[in-house]
Design a binder for this molecule. Sequence first.
Ligand SMILES: [Zn+2]
Length: 251
Amino acid sequence: MTDMPIKPRLTFVDRPSPNFNERKGVTPQILVLHYTAMATAEAAIQRLCDPAAQVSSHYVIDEQGVIYRLVAEDKRAWHAGVSYWDGKTDLNTSSIGIEIANPGDVPFAKAQMDAVTALCRDIVKRYKMRAIYVVAHSDIAPDRKQDPGELFDWQGLAANGVGIFPSPNAGDYKTAATWDAAAVQSNLARLGYRSGIDLAVLVTAFQRRFHQDVFKTPASVGIADHETKARLANLVRRKAIADGLRARTKS
Ligand SMILES: [Zn+2]
């Protein structure tokens, strides 16, 4: 894809948080996006800087697109909690966390999304992160977390080179038509989700990220319909291709 120009004037403000420890030599490979679920960005920053709260993130991005730096990228911030993705646990050690100021149920402002996009593009590039390793908090803790929620524009982010978004073709729809519940479960695990969680919970997490339209019809949330399965088939196929390419470059 063509490189879109990174927004030139990103505004950074330092608001150091004491809530971090050492990565012990681990390089970040995963980017985790969150919403703050608080009334204001300031309230979220204060909590993320409060030693008693024992939580933090590397960045907070407010509604105007101002980026607050709380924890240095080479330190381990405390944003993921008990988490799992693609065989990895303790994601705080191997990830960078961005908190996006949003109470949880309102659309994200354009200035804010521009800053999110630019910062994510920069991080993904610097650490050469895999597209599949740009994740929602709800992907890595699907039984506990919903953020950054079904209003977050993952498709737009992917169109700007950050993460991945499904674009199923005829073959993916055909594959999906043969899948029973067990196949959906195993393919969700292949994509990266933790196994051993209720299938409806996993499908809900997947839809919150990759098929947000279902949330307009609450009764269809958590049900793996043909479109949901086809999107999953598409992503699993693309991940397998990327895995193959990586294996070849490494050998
Ligand atoms: Zn979160």
